[in-house]
Design a protein. Structure first.
Length: 418
């Protein structure tokens, strides 16, 4: 029996995780989850071992198919990294030689496409194209010009692009695993679909997603994406510091960090308190205060980098909401340190999307803070199902049905002349 589904694949430097949602009448009727960690196929958004990446993707989706019973063929995936390129592209098209005409859907589509072409590069592929505003003869900062009169139309299009070579590499890894990519979404933009509620879509909101080796900062104004910054810092910086100082393997240092680490005032940790870790079939005592002493300056550096990057976008006191995600934020004292660094309130990102929040409450896979593992996958599902990437601001999607195309054309002509 054929089953409608959306499969979301979250590819990051620390893990490959996936979620598949069973869909009926555009509603989620069931969700299944799977994750494979660690993966060493991708670092800072660049593929460094395609064989390892293909294997991780294949194992994750194979296990997900077994759990769900869904014959997965097509997936939606995320994309991120230091090579993400953002740019503004403007275009103007004439609407009438004399006088004014009513602006139609075709006009909006045409000016958007013209701006996309003008902003395109042979070495890049556009992941998202987001109309920031439109301008007509006498007015600017128009969100939707449909139905207005003018003799010209201008658009400011925000393009999010990635190197063609990277996209080709991701496609090849997924194809070799036996699947096909349906569409790609920027990680942070997908995550925002899962965590933003109505309140977070008002004013200036920053989403800070602290990954294992990169951090994404996304600025939204009234729910519209305005800027993206990708920083070369992440939770691995803390783990590497522990690994080098304590002579531990990376995986063991990661366990110590998440189980016993803190970045609060380490002077408050008793100097004689020790933890035991198993290494090479023997137990090794480690001073817990030393762990905090190693982690704290590393965490301060991450917070300082985030503050500096936010300051380049806008003053911190103009930020209405600051939301952060990623396993690093669970480290004891980290949220407080970030708040002190920024001088504003910082909130942990939580699932608020009404279409998936019920699953968080009843699925043990997402209980506690486990949802952070799948927060991007859940956001991809939301974006693919309820908010597909719009090519124009009105969310009009040109149909392939020739009869409906003809009807739409007549509607536009009628609207224009009558």
């Amino acid at each position: 029996m054929l089953r409608n589904y959306i499969c979301a694949l979250d590819i990051s430097s620390s893990k490959v995780s996936a979620a598949v949602a069973e869909i009926k009448k555009r509603r989620i009727t069931n969700i299944f989850f799977e994750t494979q960690a660690p993966t060493k196929g991708i670092k800072k958004g660049a593929i460094v071992d395609s064989i390892d990446l293909t294997g991780s993707i294949g194992r994750t989706l194979k296990n997900l198919k077994a759990k769900s019973g869904i014959n997965i063929k097509f997936i939606y995936a995320n994309i991120s990294g230091l090579d993400i390129v953002t740019k503004h592209s403007r275009a103007i098209i004439p609407l009438a030689e004399r006088g004014n005409k009513v602006i139609t859907l075709s006009d909006i589509q045409q000016v958007n496409e013209q701006a996309r072409i003008l902003g395109s590069s042979l070495e890049e592929e556009t992941i998202h194209q987001l109309a920031q505003n439109y301008a007509i003869d006498s007015n600017s900062n128009i969100l939707n010009p449909l139905g207005l009169y003018s003799h010209r139309l201008e658009v400011d299009l925000y393009l999010i692009c990635a190197k063609s070579s990277f996209i080709q590499g991701i496609n090849r890894a997924v194809n070799q695993a036996g699947y096909e990519i349906k569409d790609l979404f920027l990680s942070g933009l997908a995550t925002s679909q899962a965590v933003f509620n109505k309140a977070l879509k008002e004013g200036m909101t920053i989403l800070c997603d602290i990954g294992s080796d990169i951090t994404e900062l996304l600025l939204f104004r009234d729910g519209i994406l305005k800027d993206v910054e990708v920083l070369s810092v992440g939770g691995d910086d803390l783990t590497i510091g522990l690994s080098e100082r304590l002579k531990l393997s990376f995986d063991l240092a990661e366990d110590v960090k998440m189980s016993y680490g803190s970045v609060s005032d380490y002077n408050q940790t008793h100097s004689d308190k020790e933890i035991l870790i198993k290494q090479n079939n023997a137990y090794k005592p480690i001073n817990q205060r030393l762990v905090s002493e190693i982690l704290t300056p590393k965490a301060k550096l991450i917070c300082r980098n985030i503050k500096d990057s936010v300051g380049k976008i806008l003053p911190c006191d103009e930020v209405d909401n600051f939301v952060t995600t990623g396993r690093t934020v669970l480290l004891e004292g980290f949220l407080e340190m970030l708040e002190n660094s920024l001088g504003i309130s910082v909130k942990l990102g939580r699932i608020t999307n009404p279409n998936i929040i019920s699953w968080v409450n009843k699925d043990n896979t997402l209980s506690g803070q486990r949802y952070l593992t799948y927060i991007t996958s859940l956001g991809i599902i939301c974006q693919a199902l309820y908010q597909p990437k719009p090519e124009i601001i009105s969310n009009y999607q040109p149909t392939q049905n020739p009869i409906l195309n003809t009807i739409n054309k007549f509607k536009e002509l009628y609207q224009e002349y009558f």
